[in-house]
Design a protein around this ligand. Structure first.
Ligand SMILES: [Zn+2]
Length: 496
């Protein structure tokens, strides 16, 4: 029979470990093969949602977690930023620096449209590049990835994922159905999927961000998102699957009035320029011309010209052999052509690729699902943070990356639970200590063996066992944090 004084302390012990166990169990349930669908709408500027009053985007934005916008990486171009989203690496770290680029070490040019450019030597220039679909599969436990995404047909670390080819003739609804089927497969379903939608980028380039055509296209995309929500609901996935909707860049207006032709100012046969109208990497044919070319280009209005060594640190776009001797960055709203060429200005009214500090270049970010808080607005973050965020949602350890989970973890339900546990420990520790002391006093004098559950250690002192459990938990939490935080300067040293 218990002595009277021992009842209350035992009740407190149950409350303490009960609450602890409840939260840990909750986390385990979330980590029991969590699912995530990453979706990108190419060229979806962050403020389109309000500008065009898009019902379904607004619905999801208000229901889940969102940021007003995210800061994409420089250059604000499609292939580089899509590769950044899935690797958590700045462009200088992963090596996809433009849709068109030159590698002087390989003496080869990359063309985003060319199948010959879809190789490991381009996408895996840095040996530590690891896309999220590989990180997911490597984590084991039957995790499977499927991707219809930039770089998805390049095999990394012998991880064969389900690679769904980009196919212009396939409708968005077909793609949505295809991925839902993959998540619902009875045998070996995927737990990670990545879908790339190619609009509203094309319409943005053709007609600009403020056109009637853009309004029509965005209403169409809003309807596609409505279909996705409806299908996820129908298949019992809407509340169980984690969904991230984002983009690579925004869009701004260009016109014949803002066009700049470099051959009006300089002999353009002195160099080769790789990039697009908003940003070029310039490689000199003869290094002896560097000073002349640099000084001449500097005289042209509405462009910024940098020698490679002087490229601003904030671009994170310097330490790579694929960056030219000179970097040309066009001022927002202007369009640079190397040589005079006929331009059909009725279908050339928008562009991107400019400075990533420009508001019109920023993409949207919306997240929904069991891992994300409801109706939560998070602060603006960088798109390199999406990779560690996805790893956290999937419960896997991230590869080396430039992002930081600290910038995004506030939107996670698990973060809320960690905080809860912290407060439970803080507030219950004095009560617990008093309770434990009470028990000790009650049973003092009797030496008993106390076997701690799940442990082979035999404790003679119950207090030691409890301390060991708390120490083990705190230690684990500390280690988990450590894995997520990578020292940026450490990464720089390792980058190519
Ligand atoms: Zn794009």
């Amino acid at each position: 029979m218990f002595k009277k004084g021992i009842v209350l302390p035992i009740v407190w012990l149950f409350v303490f470990f009960g609450a602890h166990g409840f939260i840990i169990d909750q986390q385990k349930r979330h980590n029991d093969l969590p699912t995530l669908l990453l979706v990108s709408f190419d060229g979806f500027r962050w403020d389109y949602i309000d500008m065009y009053n898009l019902t379904n985007f607004n619905y999801l934005k208000n229901l889940g977690s969102h940021a007003d916008y995210i800061r994409n990486s420089f250059s604000t171009v499609t292939f580089p930023n899509h590769w950044t989203i899935v690797t958590g690496l700045y462009e200088e770290s992963h090596g996809i620096l433009q849709n068109n680029m030159y590698d002087p070490l390989m003496n080869k040019t990359f063309n985003y449209k060319s199948p010959e450019s879809q190789t490991i030597e381009w996408y895996g220039q840095n040996k530590q590049v690891e896309p999220i679909w590989v990180t997911n599969q490597k984590a084991g436990d039957g995790r499977r990835s499927a991707a219809e995404w930039i770089g998805a047909n390049v095999v990394f670390q012998e991880q064969n994922i389900i690679n769904i080819q980009y196919n212009k003739s396939k409708t968005y609804k077909q793609l949505i159905d295809e991925f839902i089927n993959l998540f619902k497969m009875e045998k070996e379903p995927i737990n990670f999927g990545a879908i790339y939608f190619d609009e509203p980028d094309h319409v943005g380039h053709y007609y600009g961000p403020y056109s009637i055509e853009m309004k029509t296209k965005l209403e169409e995309l809003d309807e596609e998102l409505g279909y996705m929500i409806e299908q996820l609901r129908k298949h019992d996935l809407f509340d169980n699957l984690n969904l991230i909707i984002t983009s690579d860049h925004g869009m701004d207006t260009i016109s014949n009035k803002t066009a700049i032709f470099l051959d009006n100012y300089i002999d353009t046969s002195l160099f080769k320029a790789y990039g697009s109208r908003a940003c070029y990497n310039i490689f000199l044919n003869q290094q002896t011309d560097l000073d002349y070319v640099y000084k001449t280009l500097k005289t042209i209005p509405n462009i910024d010209i940098y020698l490679k060594a002087d490229i601003p640190e904030r671009f994170n776009y310097k330490k790579n052999s694929r960056i030219g001797d000179i970097l040309l960055v066009t001022k927002i709203g202007h369009a640079v052509y190397v040589n005079k060429e006929p331009v059909n200005w009725t279908i050339n009214n928008g562009d991107h690729g400019y400075d990533n500090n420009e508001s019109s270049m920023h993409p949207l970010f919306i997240a929904h699902g069991p891992a994300f808080k409801k109706s939560f607005k998070t602060k603006v973050f960088n798109n390199v943070d999406i990779y560690p965020l996805m790893c956290s949602v999937l419960g896997i350890e991230p590869a080396l990356n430039n992002g930081s989970i600290a910038n995004v973890e506030k939107m996670l339900v698990a973060n809320q639970q960690k905080l809860m546990l912290f407060f439970i420990i803080i507030f219950s520790t004095p009560i617990f200590t008093a309770s434990a002391t009470g028990i000790l006093l009650c049973i003092s004098g009797k030496s008993r063996k106390f076997i701690y559950k799940n442990s082979i250690t035999i404790y003679k002192d119950p207090l030691l066992a409890v301390e060991s459990k708390i120490g083990h938990f705190l230690n684990n939490t500390k280690q988990e944090k450590k894995q997520h935080y990578f020292n940026h300067s450490d990464w720089k040293r390792r980058s190519v």
